[in-house]
Design a protein. Structure first.
Length: 292
């Protein structure tokens, strides 16, 4: 589920930072941290805080420190002194004129250096971040919850269309069943000729038709839809459960399609409704990747 939160903190006049966290859709919890070097202990704590707060999503957490606050500029005295001495020695030896160019000297590799401030600054920074990570994750969860409310509306609308298609199949079921029985009886009659045991034939037809009945699939589909709505209303960490329910719904839709295929007539409409059910289920599965 997507979300974003950020906080900017000035610890003191020489130390400030920005802590930001964003999440995007992912089936599992995938955490990526970007923090300054030398803060390994803090990294472990932040990973744990994220895992304790969130269940799913690709989460990026970034700690950006104003580098001027943690470092002060310096230069490599030995390198600069060696360059100046070599310049002046060459000038005197060959009778040349000129003075060393400071801009040229400082462009030499390694001429400029950054001197880290004391470890006290890193400790102060870490303490401040620890205080901010909890409220920051709470803000992220609030944004994700708002998106979840909108997503629940979308999913409920999808379920409405799925239920409508399921009801359509239920309405066609008696007629399709009779058509299937008639067609099967005609084919068997044509295959066996006039001399056959009609009662025995009808019994066999009834068995085959019963195996082709979709009543159980329709009942399970309605049950799955109802359970899905209950989980949506309850909230919480339901993403994996909803994904499992959609797999079951897709299985029921496939079974209905396999049982009613090739009947002809309104059987074509039955196939259309079955495909519509699968389409709505697939749309819901795409959205479920956003649910925690």
């Amino acid at each position: 589920m997507t979300g974003f939160a950020r906080v900017q903190v000035r610890v003191h006049d020489l130390l400030s930072y920005t802590l930001s966290v964003k999440s995007v859709n992912h089936r599992f919890l995938d955490v990526q941290l970007r923090i300054p070097n030398g803060m390994d202990a803090l990294e472990v704590e932040m990973r744990k805080a994220i895992k304790d707060s969130l269940v799913r999503g690709h989460v990026d957490l970034t700690l950006s420190v104003d580098r001027t606050m943690l470092q002060k500029a310096g230069f490599n005295r030995e390198l600069v002194a060696g360059y100046v001495a070599a310049f002046m020695a060459a000038r005197d030896e060959f009778g040349l004129t000129g003075e060393p160019d400071l801009n040229t000297i400082l462009r030499l590799p390694g001429a400029l250096q950054s001197e880290n401030r004391s470890d006290d600054d890193l400790a102060i920074l870490a303490d401040s971040v620890r205080q901010q990570i909890g409220p920051l994750l709470d803000e992220l969860k609030i944004m994700r919850a708002r998106e979840g409310e909108s997503l629940a509306e979308i999913l409920n609308t999808t379920l409405d269309r799925l239920t409508e298609a399921t009801n359509g199949v239920a309405e066609l079921r008696p007629e399709i069943e009779q058509r299937f029985q008639d067609r099967l009886a005609q084919r068997l009659t044509a295959a066996t000729g006039p001399d056959f045991n009609r009662q025995r034939l009808l019994e066999e037809v009834a068995v085959i038709v019963e195996r082709s009945d979709v009543a159980e699939e329709l009942a399970r589909m309605h049950t799955h839809v109802g359970h899905f709505r209950e989980l949506l209303a309850a909230g919480g960490e339901v993403g994996k459960k909803l994904d499992f329910l959609l797999q079951e719904m897709n299985r029921e839709a496939n079974t209905m399609l396999s049982k009613t295929g090739g009947v002809g007539g309104k059987g074509t409409r039955m196939t259309e409704l079955g495909l519509a059910m699968k389409s709505e289920i697939e749309k819901a599965r795409e959205q479920i990747q956003n649910v925690e």
